[in-house]
Design a protein around this ligand. Sequence first.
Ligand code: SAM
Length: 198
Amino acid sequence: MSITREFFRHPLLTGAIAPSSPRLAEEMTAGLGLERAARVAELGPGTGVFTEAVLTLLRPEARLTVVEINPRFAPSLRQRYPQVDVVTGSAEHLALDDVDVVVSGLPWTAMTAARQRRILDAVTGALTPNGRFTTFAYAHAAWTPPGRRFAASLRSRFAVVERTPVVWGNLPPAFVYRAALPVAVGRVRRGQPAAALA
Ligand SMILES: C[S@@+](CC[C@H](N)C(=O)[O-])C[C@H]1O[C@@H](n2cnc3c(N)ncnc32)[C@H](O)[C@@H]1O
């Protein structure tokens, strides 16, 4: 199963022509306390680039649930990662509690504002009070109206939202948002060092 093939079948749903790079996966999983997490969820794992990076950091007893809307990815995810709960469905139906970290590979700017809102509601509803959320955005799309809308939604829901530098080696170049609850009360910090959330 390949992201490229799925992109040509369902471009908007897949949202990327190539899987994320290991360097982006490293940036996506750094500074979140995954080494101490008990429960982690990943949204839109695709072929599992972030899944692999998360698993290298998790303790063996930690639980990882991945939610992928495209059923064609499920068999290979289950085969490669038998310790992971693979759920086929949309992330807006994420039905977990007490999640320490949510990692998202979702194509935010390719989905409707309503779906974006429902998924972010599901994420904040699933996280523990000290929960962390990480997601990425393509640099070229960050200043489009959907990209700006997504950034504003993050800042309205999370107390801390950080942006990493762009990973230029990713195709296309991308950066990572790391966000932390509690829900924002108007305080936003941007461009802080990644370690601030660890
Ligand atoms: C940009 S690809 C990223 C795949 C992988 N995480 C990576 O970085 O290479 C987006 C993935 O999100 C999945 N997806 C899109 N909308 C979704 C939704 N509402 N719920 C769950 N998965 C979704 C797509 O099927 C695809 O696998």
